[in-house]
Design a protein around this ligand. Structure first.
Ligand code: HEC
Ligand code: HEC
Ligand code: HEC
Length: 385
């Protein structure tokens, strides 16, 4: 067995041993859940009378093959950038290395006994990578007498609740070995709301303020995962610590302005922080919001410019990552409030500048950023009055 798959299996044990039982480690990739049956493969979903049709509720297969990044995640392993990363790592061919396929084409790491003949190891991140191995629910899941609970009991993965969904996505979208980053792999930053929009979504999330719920649940789950990586990985690197700190700072600021469970800052010990983050993620998934509470949170987060000027002991690299997570937050809250360019031109311009500021960590300028943050705050407080 190659390095990374043993790592993914191993990580389940220490977490369960060290942290309270109610914390579910997200590292359980659906492919590794033993309870489920065999994988059918996406070919099993593509008939035009099922999910390969043209109608609004039948087109998930088409959306996935034509527009979803996940459908090309295996093909990416065959490109020149992947070849360079794999060569730097001495990992041979990227498409044949479990260090890559574990996320880019998960069937490659599944024992062949668990793959039906219709499931291809080179499918990329396909339907069952998120929805769970289909064998036991695939035939029955369309029966009118099958409720959501029956589908889940038959092995379909629960994705409706944002906490469950965030756990499914974060397994591939936040933590990555530092060695891969050093070899040129892009950094991973999990943000459930924006990434759900760009996936693109092949379902509907009914109800108001789901964007805010998804954003906050995703950030809390990302904090849990990144603080876990820092506390357990020998080589998580300085950036690993900065990433976790940035999220803890943002969520401490966020929770001091809401009735949700608090994140302590400066951070408590890793085990406490991890438990706090998990508790926040669960609560955030079903949290209540109103226009006023979302506006108040946005103003509160935008009023942090002093923390970028009086830097204290925080090094610029740490501040840049803080700024990055803060801009993501302001961006998602702004989208949720529906403030677009036409209604809120000054805020949109200021937010655009903030996005530019965090594009490069090397060139990050904390004073410039603090100034732009102040402009943004003026713009949004003027309009909400
Ligand atoms: C922990 C999961 C994970 C592992 C392991 C992983 N990747 Fe990725 N990879 C991702 C994700 C998620 C993205 C998308 C990042 C983004 O665009 O924000 C990505 C993006 C990429 C990209 C850029 C894709 C593009 O469209 O520009 C390349 C190239 C790549 N990965 C190659 C590799 C190679 C080669 C390996 C093995 C050495 C590997 N990856 C291992 C999750 C992973
Ligand atoms: C990256 C993860 C991911 C992949 C890959 C994926 N899905 Fe989904 N899918 C989701 C999520 C998340 C939901 C929302 C679940 C919910 O709200 O209950 C969903 C919902 C659905 C729904 C319910 C639609 C609705 O309107 O309620 C169907 C049907 C579906 N997916 C089919 C597919 C098919 C077929 C494929 C492969 C061609 C696929 N999915 C691939 C994540 C994924
Ligand atoms: C089995 C691993 C896996 C799971 C689970 C997974 N992804 Fe991905 N995702 C990837 C990989 C690998 C890529 C890179 C594909 C590429 O760029 O070609 C990717 C790319 C993406 C991208 C485009 C790049 C980016 O970061 O903007 C989005 C958006 C995305 N995923 C959203 C999601 C969401 C939302 C979920 C959960 C509903 C999810 N993913 C679940 C592996 C996964």
């Amino acid at each position: 067995m190659r390095g990374v798959s043993s790592r993914y299996v191993l990580v389940l044990l220490p977490l369960a041993a060290v942290f309270p039982a109610q914390i579910v480690p997200a590292k359980t990739l659906p492919q590794q859940e033993e309870r489920a049956g065999r994988f059918v493969g996406s070919a099993g979903c593509k008939s035009s009378s099922c999910h390969g049709g043209a109608g609004p509720n039948r087109d998930q297969f088409i959306t996935w093959t034509q527009r979803d990044f996940h459908a090309r995640s295996y093909a990416v392993l065959l490109n020149a950038r992947s070849a360079r990363i794999a060569e730097t790592l001495g990992a041979g061919s990227a498409a044949a290395s479990a260090r890559c396929t574990i996320c880019h084409s998960p069937f490659a790491s599944v024992a062949s006994a668990r793959l039906k003949a219709t499931a291809h190891p080179d499918e990329g991140v396909s339907c069952e990578s998120c929805h769970g191995a289909g064998e036991n629910w695939w035939r029955g899941h369309t029966r009118p007498d099958w409720s959501h609970a029956i589908q889940i009991a038959a092995g379909m993965r629960e994705l409706h609740n944002f906490y469950a969904r965030a756990n499914a996505c974060v397994a591939c979208h936040q933590n990555i070995e530092n060695a891969l980053l050093k070899a040129g792999h892009p950094e991973l930053r999990f943000e459930l709301d924006g990434q759900t929009v760009s996936e693109p979504r092949h379902w509907r999330d009914e109800g108001q303020w789901n964007g805010v719920r998804a954003w906050l649940t995703g950030q809390a789950v990302a904090l849990r995962e990144s603080s876990w990586a820092v506390s357990t990985e020998a080589d998580s690197g300085q950036a690993g610590g900065d990433r976790s700190n940035a999220l803890a700072w943002l969520l401490a600021k966020t929770t001091e302005a809401t009735p949700l469970p608090r994140i302590t800052w400066p951070s408590a010990d890793p085990a406490t922080l991890l438990a706090q983050a998990d508790g926040l993620a669960r609560a955030a998934a079903t949290s209540d919001w109103t226009q006023t509470s979302v506006e108040q949170l946005r103003v509160h987060l935008a009023a942090t410019q002093a923390e970028f000027v009086q830097k204290g002991s925080e090094a610029t690299g740490g501040l840049a990552r803080r700024a990055e997570r803060l801009v993501l937050a302001l961006d998602r809250l702004t989208v949720a409030l529906g403030d677009d360019h036409s209604t809120h031109a000054n805020a949109a311009t200021a937010l655009g500048r903030l996005r530019e500021d965090v594009k490069s960590f090397e060139r990050f300028d904390e004073r410039g950023f603090a100034g732009h943050l102040q402009d943004f705050r003026y713009a949004i407080t003027l309009v909400s009055r």
